[in-house]
Design a protein around this ligand. Structure first.
Ligand code: ADE
Length: 266
């Protein structure tokens, strides 16, 4: 997978590609990083990359021309010039007005050969760049960041680890969102922690693999019902859950319903 990142501050992204598992994936040649400084494509001596919006309003916008030239330099094509059917790299613009970036989308993007990411600054970019070059406008959440670089880092982090051979499949299998559920709680040494003696759940010390598997599934369902009930509803309508999970969901929902009734009565 090649990440081509267009930014006014590529050094914000550089460090990430040098570190930890991502750094190793780059060293092993599984991931490639191509930083592009948009300022290098500015026309004037001051390297201007922003201007006030037509029609007035607060803030500045990133200029179309430097950004368009930067995009052309990495093989992106203006769809009004080459048409929609032409072979193109997938261009993503990170913006709070985009559609939500999810684990499913991370999975899909991780299968691409190359992603070109545009990091916005100021109040955003000229709409004509979006119209001509952008394939996906993506938001990492319902809040506004001062820099698209932070959002791009989130997208890179969520996708590179799903690229084949970066991480062992076993590490990915049971993590949050896999199969539509959040992750179960995990414990490591010591067995008893702190002054009040917080213990690791007995079942995890039992060595009984089937009981542990079932306990973990129950904890995943419990956690998802408590934190993200909409994921349960979504998983049910998408047919993501097997019989065992569905009956655990029903059991825990019934349990919760009865408890709520009791609490109301108190
Ligand atoms: N740029 C600024 N805020 C953002 C967000 N929430 N998602 C993606 N890009 C952004």
């Amino acid at each position: 997978m090649k990440y081509t990142v267009l930014s006014l501050f590529p050094e914000l992204i550089d460090a990430f590609f040098n570190l930890s598992i991502l750094g190793k994936a780059v060293e092993r040649g599984i991931v490639e990083y191509c930083p592009v400084n948009i300022r290098d494509f500015a026309f004037d001596r001051h390297k201007t990359c922003d201007d006030a919006p037509y029609g007035g309003g607060a803030g500045m916008l990133m200029l179309a021309e430097p950004l368009g030239r930067a995009l052309e330099s990495v093989g992106a094509r203006n769809r009004f010039e080459v048409g929609d059917g032409a072979e193109k790299v997938r261009v993503i613009y990170l913006t709070p007005s985009g559609r939500p970036f999810t684990q499913d989308l991370a999975q899909e993007l991780s299968q691409e050969r190359e992603l070109v990411l545009i990091c916005g600054r100021y109040e955003g970019i000229d709409q004509r760049i979006i119209d001509a070059y952008v394939d996906d406008e993506l938001s990492i959440g319902d809040y506004v960041l001062s820099s698209g670089e932070t959002a791009a880092l989130v997208l890179i982090d969520a996708t590179y680890r799903l690229v084949d051979e970066v991480i062992t499949p076993a590490s990915l299998r049971e993590e949050s969102f896999g199969g539509g559920l959040l992750e179960y709680p995990q414990y490591t040494r010591p067995e008893i922690y702190g002054n009040v003696g917080l213990k690791v759940p007995e079942i995890l010390l039992s060595g009984h693999h089937e009981n542990i598997r079932r306990w973990r599934l129950m904890k995943r369902v419990e956690k998802t019902l408590a934190m993200r009930p909409e994921l349960i509803a979504r998983g049910e309508s998408a047919g993501l859950f097997d019989e065992e999970t569905r009956s655990l969901i029903a059991e825990l929902q019934q349990h919760k319903g009865a408890k709520d009734e009791r609490d109301k009565g108190d």
